[in-house]
Design a protein around this ligand. Structure first.
Ligand SMILES: C[S@@+](CC[C@H](N)C(=O)[O-])C[C@H]1O[C@@H](n2cnc3c(N)ncnc32)[C@H](O)[C@@H]1O
Length: 412
């Protein structure tokens, strides 16, 4: 559990000055809210917005301005003058040593999901021009030990870790409090040569583990024999009662708990259309077929661009799905009543929105991992006759600014 700071709100905290950064000037600001990128937003005396690293909504902080532009500024907290009741001491020694993996460890997990929902509502207000969009707080995975997949950076001496905040410097990890223990215990022993990045994954269901890197010259040392190596190394993970085959090179959510929470939110958003579904369910950007395999539709169409994920989807779904390996924008649409789409951070965009709309689906469920791309896609879908019918915000990455949103759109 996060340790709540015992210092009462209102008392001045010691200086947290960022090291080695030349500040333009310092001033005290009242923090309004969090921004989509994870910094806090406040206003300077001259009226400009300032993005502040290390501050929390409601706090008064002194901020060292490190970037000063005509319309906005950026800076870091040097002193917490009036602390948020949600402020905590980061409990992870790696975070204290500079690891940038968990930028929000100084906040209580319960508050983080609320702020994420506010960031989404704000994007809907500003970008989609929907001042009263229905944006709800959904569930969160447990705040620690949730990650079963980690993309790790490789340090010059071959140790693995994560990058320091706003830097390319690799902080080699001896432990990681958000990693599943079966993954965390591999970190201090493994050594990598010939690659800058590797992807390490463990299965909670079976205890299997895989590791791979896109670099063909990669060499691993210090791994126990149960860790399978290479893009086609596979493990089986269980989500919502389904045993899923996942290759090392395929996408998988932050862990099975996250996948289960997401499947549940998508199932609710599909609602009555899923219950009375006639014809196939479209699982667009379907990966290994997570939604097709768990939502219970007898007939599914998976559209996915990655070779490895498509191969996994074929294994996971057998004769319950047709798997199309193509960019979704180039897929020839077929009629469906219900579509789930889970694109990358950039969202659907115009072309994919056209393809989705051309299916004639009466309900679309969009899974978005970026609030602004969700708001942009909402505008594009509205222009094609799809009404925003509620967003649910999930926390699948506690202690980071990462947002996951499940949104229902109904054809008008
Ligand atoms: C966020 S993941 C979601 C995967 C799956 N729904 C899940 O939850 O496990 C996005 C997936 O879209 C795939 N992808 C990215 N761009 C694509 C595109 N333009 N067309 C089709 N698939 C794409 C990626 O390979 C990845 O598997």
């Amino acid at each position: 559990m996060a340790r709540r700071e015992s210092r009462p709100s209102g008392r001045t905290h010691r200086r947290l000055a960022p090291q080695g950064i030349a500040a333009v000037h310092e001033e005290a600001v009242l923090v309004e809210k969090m921004a989509a990128g994870g910094e806090a937003i406040a206003r300077l005396v001259d009226g400009r917005v300032v993005f502040v690293e290390g501050a929390l909504p409601g706090e008064t902080v002194r901020v060292a301005i490190t970037t000063s532009k005509r319309d906005f500024a950026k800076g870091s907290v040097t002193e917490v003058v009036e602390a948020s009741p949600h402020r905590t001491l980061p409990p992870c020694p790696e975070r204290v040593a500079g690891c940038g993996g968990c930028g929000w460890q100084h906040a209580a997990p319960e508050a983080q999901l609320q702020w994420k929902a506010e960031v989404v509502a704000d994007a809907m207000r500003r970008t989609a021009k929907m001042p009263a969009a229905d944006v709800r707080v959904g569930g969160a995975v447990g705040p620690w030990n949730y990650r079963t997949t980690m993309r790790l950076a490789v340090a010059a001496d071959g140790r693995v870790g994560l990058r320091a905040a706003s830097s390319h410097r690799v902080v080699a990890l001896a432990s990681c409090m958000v990693a599943h223990p079966a993954l965390a215990e591999l970190l201090p022993h493994m050594r990598v040569e010939g690659a800058d990045e590797v992807s390490l994954r463990v299965s909670v269901a079976t205890g299997e583990a895989t590791v791979w890197s896109p670099s063909p010259s990669v060499r691993f040392e210090g791994l126990p024999t149960h860790v399978a190596i290479g893009p086609d190394a596979t493990l089986v993970e269980r989500v919502a009662g389904a045993d899923l085959h996942v290759s090392a090179a395929s996408f998988f959510q932050s862990g099975p708990a996250a996948a289960e929470l997401l499947v549940d939110a998508v199932r609710r958003a599909c609602g009555d259309v899923l219950e009375g579904l006639r014809g196939p369910l479209l699982d667009a950007y379907g990966g290994i077929g997570l939604f097709a395999a768990t939502l219970g539709a007898a007939d599914n169409v998976v559209v996915e661009s990655s070779r490895s994920s498509c191969a996994d989807a074929v294994v996971n779904l057998g004769d319950r799905a047709t798997v199309h390996r193509t960019m979704f924008e180039q897929w020839v649409p077929q009629p469906v009543e219900l579509a789930v789409a889970d694109p990358a951070r950039s969202g659907l965009g115009r072309e994919a929105t056209d393809v989705l709309a051309a299916t004639g689906a009466r309900r679309l469920v969009l899974v978005s991992c970026d609030p602004v791309s969700l708001a942009r896609d909402t505008v594009l879908l509205a222009a094609r006759g799809y009404r925003h019918a509620g967003s649910t915000v999930l926390d699948l990455f506690p202690h980071t600014a990462h947002v996951e949103v499940v949104t229902r759109f109904d054809r008008t």
